[in-house]
Design a binder for this molecule. Sequence first.
Ligand code: GDP
Length: 364
Amino acid sequence: SMEAGIVGLPNVGKSTLFNALTSSVAAQSANYPFCTIEPNEGIVSVPDSRLNRITDFIKPKKVIPSALKLVDIAGIVKGAAEGEGLGNKFLSHIRQVDAIMQVVRCFEDPDVIHVSGQVNPIADIDTIETELVLADMQTLENALGKAQRTARSGDKEAKLRVAAIEKCNAHLENEQPLRTLELPEAEQVAISSYGLMTAKPILYIANVDENDLNGEHELVDKVREHAAKTGASVACVCAKLESEIAELDEEDRAEMLADVGLEEPSLNIIAREAYRTLGLQSFFTAGETEVRAWPVRIGATAPQAAGVIHSDFERGFIRAEIYQLPELEEYKTEKDIRQAGKLRVEGKSYVMQDGDICHFLFNV
Ligand code: GDP
């Protein structure tokens, strides 16, 4: 649940953004448990100011931020859903990711040709969404016959599937993405293996002009309106500027950010938005050797969080000792938090909260 795919029409700034987002972590990718990194994939680090606040009190040898995997999904073409070559590949890549990040062009630049002749982010969004709606309809059509046959033999699960497919179809015929369809939990589970693409969470990234960094632009407003109606979210960036900022050393970067009036690189915000779109939050481990942020699904339990670090930690989970930043800021050391009786002891059913700082105790 940690993979986002970046998509967009040609010339919207997709590669510029992908490269800027993934260039800084390349060197330390050994820290991350992603099995393989293909040529069209990269690791995006997720900056978190809470890491600095922790290291104000606990001085580690190493600080490791959380991360997610970004897949560069090239080759959207009209007619992708009809299954020709590139289009097919495009769709199969989208099926595999957990969330979609679509770059839409909001910047004007006479030197950069727009594929359809004019800058129109809503048309860009529709072009891709239409292909995904058509592909989902096809998936459901293929699945329906089989589900109906199995349902006739009295299979309860198949009956749920038929009911869910029919609701999905009606929704898609109204040109609505499945993201906005509410289904009972059991029906959601029944169709979860289909990899329906319009059900995936989506983040629109409005690529704006250098002069519109604050996102106060009519085109960005249109993207926001559209997103609000379709259960998506929006972030703003000037990809070209960010790729320049990313190449600077720390001092020059601070100066440049101040010049353009940004508190931090917009890439940081995009990384955090992508993380949220994936349904992730962070917990921390903090010791002398390493202070580290780890990704965990919102709603996950303590043993599941332990399992993010190592599967043995989940299997042998006994309990977790947990505190949060305010306790560290008040008592200064973990020892003093413990002595003050503020170190919480949590068991197997504890639901992780964003920002928990944890020790896991486990049997091997
Ligand atoms: P892709 O085809 O979507 O991957 O687009 P690219 O990242 O290759 O960008 C296409 C062209 O647009 C390149 O010449 C970029 O330098 C330019 N470009 C990308 N982002 C911006 C931007 O924010 N502003 C301007 N003016 N040009 C940009």
